[in-house]
Design a protein around this ligand. Structure first.
Ligand code: HEM
Ligand SMILES: CC(C)=CCC/C(C)=C/CC/C(C)=C/COP(=O)(O)OP(=O)(O)O
Length: 304
């Protein structure tokens, strides 16, 4: 999925690019950019570009370290077996060194070019993904992605802080929204690839707690996410454009989650509601964060 095979690059470069999980990182970069564009205040375009580049490179470095650590596990799952390390196209040490170089380089450039606080949070989020989630939580607890999901929730906070230089309630809310979004996003996928995780001994929720409990938890997180996304509007951090969009997007998310949460799959049913929810979860976050920026633009222009 993340192979990057279509890029017109030499094969070795393509593999290094694939190590950064480019498709997953598109949303990470987008939410980081939206955090930056929605923040109050102004930022020089060169500094803004540097901040987003550092988020992208840092996230890619953490993804490379994740794959260095999990090469054996990835080899045992159909979805991941073709990645550069399990497929034997790259030395493990190359992936490790690449991951360290990108991680260290991105934090250093962020610190020098953007700000110390943004660099510190970037460093922590890389550590969070590469160590707290990958090494510590993922193989140990079915709550791995509930807690570990925090890693992917930092980019909009980093983008915001690149502009403002301090942590206020709004960037914390953006963090909380992605944190609450991650369980339905990932467990929907885990429901239709669960046999793979069971095979390699990773205690993902459907494997440990069973399908019914996972379905109920997906619905519970989706329901909790809806009012949470409205808090920025209630506290006056955004206007009505964002508020109504969050409400509509959230109602659809709850409806699709209810379909998944309240049903029992039967062999051969194709897991259509689960696949639909996974796809929608990605569209949902893209549009929600996009509306945050449009809302800010409308406010600045005096349209609302
Ligand atoms: C611990 C939390 C998370 C886990 C375990 C997780 C896991 C996954 C997995 C296994 C996939 C399948 C596709 C692949 O591996 O290429 C996927 C897809 C995806 N994830 Fe997540 N994810 C998490 C959090 C996030 C976050 C925070 C974001 C962005 C804000 C994100 C964005 C995406 C996107 C855009 C895709 C689709 C990639 C494609 O089109 O192939 N994920 N996720
Ligand atoms: C700035 C920064 C460090 C951002 C972190 C980015 C981020 C989205 C982290 C966690 C999400 C993620 C890609 C999980 C993949 O799960 P996995 O690695 O368990 O999936 P796999 O089974 O496909 O390897």
């Amino acid at each position: 999925m993340d192979s990057g095979q279509t890029l017109p690059l030499p094969a070795e470069w393509r593999d290094f690019f694939a190590l950064t999980k480019p498709r997953v990182m598109t949303l990470v970069i987008f939410t980081g950019l939206c955090g930056l564009l929605a923040a109050p205040g102004s930022i020089h375009p060169v500094i803004a570009f540097t901040a987003i580049l550092c988020i992208a490179v840092g996230a890619g470095g953490a993804a490379a370290l994740n794959q260095w650590w999990e090469a054996d596990i990835d080899a045992g799952m159909k979805r991941t077996a073709a990645r550069p390390l399990p497929a034997g196209r790259m030395e493990r040490t190359s992936a490790r060194d690449f991951g360290i170089a990108l991680s260290a380089g991105s934090v250093m450039v962020m610190g020098l070019g953007v700000g110390v606080l943004a660099a510190a949070i970037l460093a922590f989020s890389i550590f969070y993904y590469a160590w707290i989630y990958t090494v510590w939580l993922k193989p140990r607890t079915p709550q791995n992605i509930v807690i570990g999901g925090g890693a992917g929730a930092f980019p909009p906070m980093i983008g915001w802080i690149a502009v403002t230089g301090d942590i206020t309630l709004m960037p914390v809310l953006l963090f909380a929204i992605i944190f609450m979004w991650t369980p339905p996003h990932f467990w929907a996928l885990a429901l239709f690839v669960q046999t793979d995780y069971a095979k390699v001994g990773i205690p993902m929720m459907p494997v440990v707690a069973g399908e019914t409990s996972t379905r109920r938890q997906i619905l519970a997180y989706a329901i909790a996410l809806l009012p949470l996304t409205l808090v920025p509007w209630w506290i006056g951090g955004t206007g009505a454009i964002y508020g109504w969009s969050a409400l509509l997007l959230g109602l659809v998310f709850v409806a699709l989650s209810a379909k998944v949460g309240l049903r029992k799959s039967v062999p051969g049913d194709g897991m259509v509601p689960e696949k639909r929810l996974f796809g929608y979860s990605i569209l949902y976050l893209f549009v929600l964060f996009g509306m945050l920026v449009i809302d800010r633009l409308a406010t600045v222009q005096g349209w609302q």
